[in-house]
Write a protein that binds this ligand. Structure first.
Ligand SMILES: Cc1cc2nc3c(=O)[nH]c(=O)nc-3n(C[C@H](O)[C@H](O)[C@H](O)COP(=O)(O)OP(=O)(O)OC[C@H]3O[C@@H](n4cnc5c(N)ncnc54)[C@H](O)[C@@H]3O)c2cc1C
Length: 432
């Protein structure tokens, strides 16, 4: 078995810092050792050591993974949080290098002075490593596409401890990093093409949803025809005896008139309410206020379905879901736009026909088994699923996230780069 260099920072249950490092955002854990490398070379040492044990191995960037796989019980955690540098490599092209241990609030605030942004997700506390190796469906997804769509290269430490570049010269590895990174290695940094973003406009829209769900169908038709600068996401909830879709509208750009005009066709419909669009900064959406320690404070069961666009039937199925007595928390996001420009086989996220992402969450004491029953009506309408909104990964959720040839390629590359299955040594939570 390889030994660890003395210089590699390590925290064990006997250390003071253990309490703040043992868990993830969603799960409480008790790992035996937390390794805190400060450089790719130290990640190489950490992985070579971890691979030589028989213990569970967890890779952690921001600790916000819903499945709680970035920690474990009795095993080793490789925590990249000390590696959080954000560098503008080339301002004209927007190319930036982001360490995997940075959180998206840090990325947004580091890029803002340069007039640049990377659309990531809706939370500043989420880590770069877990999101930019899986998808990244963010506030500006219709303008920018997914975060992975702009990953041009990455540094990867393979489970063997070998350091490699994933780039055009290594297209298989780059393909895997763009959607299935956790199957092939530990990404230590990514080169991402950021977008020019001098500012944004933000507003709230509330849509009263009728019993037949026509308002949902009309909303998704509206968004398909809307300018790409407009992205909308929100919550579908019961309100009194009715249903409301409460949306945040984000417009990529400073042109207030264009932003307001983009909403006009929606606002012309009955039972749609809105305040005006307000000028804001991208950093307001993923603020530093989101940064916090992960103490297992948000246990939940979450699953998701990607839909082509709402039809009368899929809207009806969603309404059935929202009205379920279990009371699921349901979020609805518009996708499409630039996300659909990428060929389905160009990255490990093949769902380029998806126009809507629906996520459903239950909180304790309700769990994954109940959620599976609650969400059953939605599956016949799904075109796939996003792996990062699955709290209880299984073969079935793998098949939804990586269907057909995509899944076969992920399996093949996982076997090629991680033949010993080191990265799969994290015990997954069974459905409860
Ligand atoms: C509050 C909240 C809001 C969210 N909002 C969005 C959103 O708007 N859009 C969106 O797309 N997603 C969103 N997510 C989901 C998010 O993309 C995932 O939870 C993501 O995995 C979190 O990344 P992390 O680095 O914080 O996770 P971690 O818990 O650190 O890691 C999760 C898993 O990712 C893998 N991983 C982590 N780092 C690396 C690495 N460096 N190399 C290889 N594999 C790695 C490992 O398998 C690890 O177990 C949200 C999650 C939360 C909790």
């Amino acid at each position: 078995m390889k030994t660890l260099p003395d210089s590699l920072k390590t925290v064990t249950p006997a250390d003071d810092g253990y309490r703040l490092l043992r868990s993830t955002y969603t799960t409480h854990h008790s790992p035996a050792q937390i390794l805190l490398p400060g450089s790719p070379t130290e990640v190489q040492h950490a992985m070579a050591y971890a691979a030589g044990t028989e213990l569970p191995v967890s890779i952690r960037s921001g600790g916000h993974g819903l499945a709680g796989t970035s920690s474990n019980d009795g095993g080793i955690v490789v925590d990249l949080s000390r590696m959080d540098t954000v560098t503008v490599l080339d301002r004209p092209s927007g190319l930036v290098r982001v360490d995997a241990g940075a959180r998206w609030a840090q990325v947004a605030s580091a890029l803002a002075p340069h007039g640049l942004a990377v659309s990531s997700g809706d939370h500043g506390g989420v880590g770069v490593g877990g999101l930019a190796t899986a998808g990244g469906i963010g506030w500006l997804v219709r303008q920018y596409g997914l975060t992975i769509d702009h990953v041009r290269a990455a540094t990867v430490v393979l489970p063997s401890g070998e350091l490699v570049r994933a780039d055009e010269a290594n297209p298989d590895l780059l393909w895997a990093v763009r959607g299935a990174g956790s199957y092939v290695g530990v990404v230590t940094d990514l080169d991402i093409e950021a977008m020019e973003l001098p500012g944004i406009q933000v507003g709230q829209v509330v849509i009263e949803v009728d019993r037949e769900g026509r308002a949902l169908v009309e909303w998704s038709r509206f968004l398909q025809a809307a300018p790409r600068e407009l992205t909308m996401s929100g919550v579908l909830a019961t309100s009194g005896g009715g249903l409301v879709l409460v949306l945040t509208a984000v417009f990529a750009g400073t042109d207030a008139r264009r932003a307001q005009a983009a909403l006009v066709p929606l606002l012309a419909r009955p039972r749609v309410h809105a305040g005006g669009m307000q000028a804001a900064r991208y950093t307001d959406l993923v603020p530093a206020g989101h940064l916090h320690a992960n103490l297992g404070q948000q246990p939940s069961a979450t699953t998701n379905a990607l839909l082509a666009a709402f039809t009368a039937d899929s809207a009806q199925a969603l309404i059935e879901l929202v009205r379920h007595p279990s009371g699921p928390f349901v979020q609805v996001r518009g996708i499409g736009g630039a996300a659909a420009d990428i060929a389905p086989d160009a990255t490990a996220f093949p769902h380029r026909d998806a126009e809507v992402l629906v996520t459903a969450t239950l909180f304790p004491p309700r769990g994954a088994r109940e959620l599976a029953a609650v969400t059953r009506p939605l599956w016949p309408h799904a075109v796939g699923a996003y792996r990062n909104f699955e709290s209880h990964p299984s073969e079935a959720t793998f098949a939804r996230a990586f269907p057909g040839a995509t899944g076969e390629r992920v399996h093949e590359l996982a076997h090629r780069y991680d033949p010993g299955g080191v990265l799969q040594r994290v015990a997954l939570r069974g459905a409860r």
